[in-house]
Design a protein around this ligand. Structure first.
Ligand code: PLP
Length: 356
């Protein structure tokens, strides 16, 4: 409240010292030269693609197991999204599939650090380097996650973040950021998000209005101080979930790969009888979710791309049986235990009934 009051007193609501301070701290946190506040995670992805000169006639490789925003950003540049499936263990991009979809039109790859765990970045970077492609990390769900000691967002050419309220680093409204070491991309993205202005009243590019709000920046600056602690609380909850649910027949629990630090934006497990499990949890007033019930390649808006059911079996199967359990830093061990007991009882009762 005090920080919000300071923004109001200063009158600097758009851009200005609060946004600049947040950008400096967020860049330092991610270990990059630049951080640029923008209006949302979707705009972070879109502006990055535009700054790379990607548009009509180009192809960008990504995964269908993501939030639609990843795909929207590609389409809105005029480029074509091309999908590869995800890995069974981590639900992130399967780098081995990249070669089979690369064409002369491929310009960039967007791995998505889903649920709080980074994709396997080294093979993606190696492939990109070999073929002269750009790598944009969709780190909207992975603030503070690490891959081999490197922070999510700092590994590829550009990292894109969302500060949507439910994210690990969430604002009190919409917001996003781009992090990069590349001076040219940083300058161009900054211009694109500020009506294409190279300086005041000189519109050198056709741009857009995508600026981080100063009140959000002031709030994010405070919340950034708590991010590591919050992430470690999420990891503790995940460990408790994993310990209590290990060995329950049919459940597939999330795996944190050895070379990565998972920040558990979402704790998603696979259950053979998802509908029954969700009903049992809801009966106990335990909120749960599905991320995501329909993979992007099967969504109506993307039918024109020509994909069909069966094209990406891991994504499709995951969409059919993933359930997200409650996950937020302030959960208590008792609350975690309440959830795991409900899950165990639900599976046991269905086994007894012979349904599972
Ligand atoms: C993987 C992924 N990419 C992109 C976005 C888009 O972020 P925003 O909602 O800030 O536009 C989200 C947000 O939900 C996301 O989860």
């Amino acid at each position: 409240m005090q920080a919000i009051g300071e923004v109001i007193d200063s009158g600097a609501f758009s851009g200005g010292p609060f946004v600049e301070r947040f950008e400096d701290y967020f860049a330092a946190y991610c270990g990059t030269q630049h951080a640029l506040g923008v209006g949302s995670g979707t705009e972070a992805l879109w502006l990055t693609l535009l700054a790379m000169g990607i548009g009509t006639g180009d192809e960008v490789i990504t995964v269908p197991m993501t939030f639609a925003a990843t795909c929207e950003a590609i389409c809105l540049t005029g480029a074509k999204p091309v999908f590869v499936d995800v890995e069974e263990r981590t639900y992130t991009m399967n780098p081995e599939a990249l070669e089979s979809v690369r064409t002369r039109k491929t310009k960039a790859i967007i791995p998505v650090h889903l649920f709080g765990q980074t994709a396997d970045m080294d093979p993606v970077l190696e492939f990109a380097c070999k073929h002269g492609l750009r790598v944009i990390e969709d780190a909207a769900q992975a603030h503070g996650a690490e891959y081999k000691g490197r922070k999510a967002g700092s590994i590829g050419d550009v990292g894109c973040f969302s500060f949507y309220p439910g994210k690990n680093l969430g604002a009190l409204g919409e917001g996003g950021a781009i992090v990069t070491d590349n001076d040219q991309f940083a300058e161009k993205i900054r211009m694109l998000g500020n009506h294409g202005q190279s300086r005041k009243n000189v519109h050198s590019l056709v741009g857009w209005n995508s600026r981080l709000d100063a009140i959000q920046a002031a709030v994010l600056l405070i919340k950034l101080r708590h991010l590591d602690k919050d992430n470690s609380m999420r990891r503790d909850h995940a460990l408790r979930y994993n310990r209590a649910l290990a060995g329950i027949p049919g459940l597939v629990l999330p795996i944190a790969a050895d070379d990565r630090t998972h920040v558990f934006h979402i704790y998603a497990l696979r259950a053979p009888d998802r509908r029954g499990l969700i009903a049992a949890l809801e009966a106990k007033q335990i909120g749960c979710g599905i991320h995501y019930p329909v993979p992007v390649h099967l969504q109506p808006a993307y039918r024109y791309l020509g994909y069909k059911r069966g094209d990406f079996p891991v994504s499709e199967q995951s969409a059919n049986n993933l359930v997200s359990l409650p996950m937020f830093p302030e959960m208590t061990p008792d609350q975690v235990a309440f959830v795991t007991t409900a899950v165990s009882e639900s599976v046991a009762s269905r086994l007894t009934a012979g349904i599972a």
